[in-house]
Design a protein around this ligand. Sequence first.
Ligand SMILES: Cc1cc2nc3c(=O)[nH]c(=O)nc-3n(C[C@H](O)[C@H](O)[C@H](O)COP(=O)(O)OP(=O)(O)OC[C@H]3O[C@@H](n4cnc5c(N)ncnc54)[C@H](O)[C@@H]3O)c2cc1C
Length: 396
Amino acid sequence: MPVLLSQTNATVDAAIIGGGVIGLAIARALRQRGMRDMIVIDKSDFGREASWAAGGILAPQVEADAADDFFRLACKSRDLYPQFAAELKAETGVDVELDTTGTLYVGFSDQDETEFRERFEWQRSEGLTVECLDGNEARRLEPCLSDKVCCALRFPKDYQVDNRKLVQALLIANERLGVTLLSGCEARSLKIENDRVVGIDTSRGLIETNMVVVAAGAWSSRIDSPKQLAEIDVEPVRGQMLCFEAKPQLARHVIFSSRGYLIPRHDYRLLAGSTTEHVGFDKRVTDEAIAVLKDMAVEISPAMQHLPLIDSWAGFRPKAKDGWPVLGQSGEIDGLIYATGHYRNGILLAPITGDSIADVIVEAARPLLLAAFSPDRFLQQTNHPERQPALSRAGF
Ligand SMILES: Cc1cc2nc3c(=O)[nH]c(=O)nc-3n(C[C@H](O)[C@H](O)[C@H](O)COP(=O)(O)OP(=O)(O)OC[C@H]3O[C@@H](n4cnc5c(N)ncnc54)[C@H](O)[C@@H]3O)c2cc1C
């Protein structure tokens, strides 16, 4: 469990605001690069927000229709996962259950078939691994699929991980590395003097530091700070999730349709997600969402009809104004680093975010891979058109 400090005022080399997968991945990577005196603060318990609510799908290819900067970042992070998971197992003993069976995207209509054919063609031409199947071939892989499934794409390299175990592993890894983890400590405002960060005012007192990482997920823009953080305008996008018991497990792949997805877990839980709702910080699970998600699940596999619903929850995806992550050093304030706005893909992007933000801090690097995600894009334009992030139709 996180270390609970009783002291309030403190001086550290770096402070990270937010202890979800993003803040914890950065802290671990910083410590591994030799940064010693660090603190991660969380307003409540570590890893209990979006990182807990997520599905853990690591699937950049499944809905992507172009190899843009986001796609490249997502693929790079996915490809880091086997090593990331193995290292975490060695450091902590926690198996994050990286499942490499792959992802299936199933279709029910001629329109789906046309869309799949185009996605198959461009991904093959880019040298990506993807398979095009008819309904019977898909049912041979997953006999639970509906007779109405007429086509499918299989992405053998799009994986899944148990995100709750990932949170647990990252917490233990940071504890063992000696990172100070302070729960119940809310960052209220950034202290800035002469365009340089000098500390954070928190609910537990002042933290003096010249390096602050904002990794506060959907709450990032609520921290009182310079103009830029407000401009980035991170908002919460609610996602509701259902959890069924499937004994024996119904499927092996993560299965998508255009309306949602099913995620079979090793412990016989079967998750069905998700909704995309702009309702502020309202964490309720609604009857309407339960009905919609059940319909989606039964359309993919009629056997879902008979599975007991054993749990449900909701969480807040952190979405920046233009829908892309915000990663890197502020050009406005020295010592202020952003690692937020991961929206639908924060679990997928955790390894690359940890590594590249740590490089930015320790080596003053400016990784090319992060160029498109710079916080300064919000200073340069007044109008920020929404980019269509990959993986969006099915309510990731
Ligand atoms: C239903 C759902 C399904 C999803 N499925 C997937 C998926 O399959 N694959 C995928 O890659 N991504 C998925 N996501 C997205 C993913 O969960 C997020 O992008 C990711 O968890 C963001 O991580 P984070 O650490 O930035 O945010 P969080 O996990 O929300 O952590 C932010 C932390 O900051 C703390 N905090 C906030 N404000 C303050 C403050 N002022 N002071 C101190 N602490 C503060 C919070 O308490 C919280 O613990 C899903 C999200 C949802 C909701």
